[in-house]
Design a protein around this ligand. Structure first.
Ligand code: NAP
Length: 306
């Protein structure tokens, strides 16, 4: 049996990401003990019922006491206040990490509350589903997915290495990235696509009022994929856009320009422009499959009902 990476890990916030961590940590025997805390009694009760952690605590202070690693798994906008609350209870030498989808904002909100002698290693697992809450998690969520570590300047390299070992033990491939670069990359690969999906589903919903239920009845895979993305947690995504404002607006600006160019090509019958554009984008899909980040199977390898 391998040695645990940390004696005690505390998970603050018990949604999809934390519950998947709890399952993956247990699968890999990566912690001596896992404690957990969520702000609502209902979530704590659910977590106890499904035996998500070794101990579910009624306060964040109890959960982090004596923990070697504390992972903040709450929406990005809540990271600062939660960190402020637990700061006085942290053990010297402990590491604080997070899983927030935006990194610059989290660093600015959390770092000022990190006590002397406590390490802070921000992280972001690039894995998720549209489901939320403690029952949404599963041990395989991070298998072969990326987890980006975003250490701030001057961080103890041993603390970073230890967190890397944990994420690798949970099945992830780990890379390090600068916070601003992270936020720009994620604006392209995740944040702007989510906004586009939200918009497309909103447009279709408006149209449905005109065409009765045809939009849903005949919805093809493309639109169904949009509805799946647009079903993601509203609080989490509100916070992502409010806190990754500049990068998202930059990408949306570029997106709008490209959309106008395609619109013009359609209006003027410029088939060559459309064909060239779609040829270029098709190559990107092949690249993602070759990098092992998705499958070429029909319907993306999902069952027919998903
Ligand atoms: P989730 O399933 O909705 O769970 C969120 C948890 O945070 C819940 O336990 C909730 O407590 C708690 N919470 C919500 N608002 C809070 C507040 N104001 N103060 C304190 N606690 C609060 O969310 P998730 O999908 O696990 O996401 C958690 C974090 O992971 C977010 O920062 C998100 O950006 C990041 N992330 C998400 C994904 C994804 O695809 N879902 C992927 C990568 C990273 P209650 O249950 O008691 O309300």
């Amino acid at each position: 049996m391998t040695q645990p990476v940390y004696d005690r890990i505390a998970l603050i916030g018990l949604g999809l990401i934390a519950s998947s961590m709890a399952h993956a940590i247990r699968r890999g025997n990566l912690a001596g003990e896992i404690t957990g805390y969520a702000r609502s009694e209902a979530t704590r009760e659910t977590a106890r019922r499904i035996n998500l952690c070794d101990r579910i605590c009624d306060t964040a202070a109890d959960a982090v006491e004596d923990a070697d690693l504390v992972v903040l798994c709450v929406p990005v906008g809540a990271m600062g206040p939660v960190m402020e609350e637990i700061a006085p209870k942290l053990k010297p030498g402990a590491t604080v990490s997070d899983v927030g989808s935006v990194k610059r904002h989290v660093i600015e909100a959390v770092q000022p509350h990190i006590p002397q002698g406590v390490h802070f290693v921000p992280a972001h697992p690039l894995a998720g589903t549209e489901h939320s809450g403690p029952e949404a998690g599963f041990a395989e969520l991070y298998d072969n997915r990326w987890c980006l570590l975003v250490p701030v300047e001057g961080t103890d390299p041993d603390a970073v290495e230890r967190l890397r070992t944990l994420w690798e033990g949970m099945g992830a491939n780990v890379d390090e990235m600068d916070a601003d670069h992270h936020d720009l990359v994620l604006a392209v690969t995740s944040h702007a696509p989510h906004l586009i999906a939200y918009t497309m589903v909103g447009v279709a919903d408006d149209l449905r009022r005109v065409t009765d239920s045809e939009v849903i009845k005949y919805s093809a895979a493309g639109f169904r994929d949009f509805t799946r993305i647009a079903a993601s947690d509203p609080t989490m995504w509100r916070d992502v856009f409010l806190t990754n404002k500049d990068a998202t607006l930059e990408i949306l600006g570029r997106f709008t320009e490209e959309l106008f160019a395609l619109q013009r090509a359609i209006r003027t019958g410029d088939g060559e422009h459309l064909h060239d554009y779609f040829t270029r984008t098709r190559a990107i899909r092949r690249g993602i499959i070759e990098a092992g980040q998705d499958t070429a199977a029909p319907n993306f390898g999902r069952g027919t009902k998903s």
